[in-house]
Write a protein that binds this ligand. Structure first.
Ligand SMILES: [Zn+2]
Length: 182
């Protein structure tokens, strides 16, 4: 079930890539983004387990988004009382996929999935609400930091890169230091 849901995200990505390709000037090569959906599906299972989420909670759509602000690499957005028109999705800036390792992009998606799980938990796992309360801060929360560090360990079990894992651990601390209010 989860896999189907994330595959839905893949369709979204494929569609964006195709639009991009059809608009591209002939001669510019467009390669599909290198995103490992099997690993992301595994991480989603891990996030659900560690946050005590309902087993059938669907993951949010994952989309390539050209509107991610320049200071961000990716983000999780959702409708709130102040911004009820926001679409619930994890947005990845295309430049992120070009500029970062596959491991780091995968870890970033894992980090966003933990944001999603925390927001859903704060809202009693009611994932179909029109808007979501978000009064809790995540980045310096000890459980959030622990889970995102564990995601780095899960990715290490697949790719075995100590350097990449150290960079992910750094990101855990940087998120808290640089964006403590998120
Ligand atoms: Zn974050």
């Amino acid at each position: 079930m989860t896999h189907t849901q994330l595959a839905g995200g893949l369709v979204g990505l494929a569609l964006c890539t195709q639009l991009w390709a059809s608009d591209a000037i002939t001669g510019i090569e467009v390669t599909p983004p290198e995103i490992d959906f099997d690993v992301i599906t595994r991480l989603w299972g891990f996030v659900k387990k560690t946050t005590d989420a309902p087993k059938d909670l669907p993951p949010p759509p994952l989309v390539l988004d050209w509107h991610v602000p320049p200071f961000a690499r990716m983000g999780f957005q959702y409708p709130t009382p102040n911004f009820p028109d926001n679409t619930m999705q994890i947005s990845i800036a295309p430049r992120t996929i070009e500029g970062y390792s596959k491991e780091m992009v995968t870890w970033g998606v894992g980090h966003e999935l933990v944001h999603y799980a925390f927001i859903m938990r704060e809202n009693q796992w009611q994932n179909r609400r029109a808007t979501f309360a978000d009064n809790l801060k995540h980045h310096c929360d000890l459980e959030f930091k622990q889970i995102t560090r564990s995601i780095a360990d899960e990715i290490w079990k697949i790719y075995h890169s100590d350097t990449q894992r150290a960079a992910m651990y750094d990101e855990v601390e940087k998120s808290c230091f640089n964006e403590p209010n998120q």
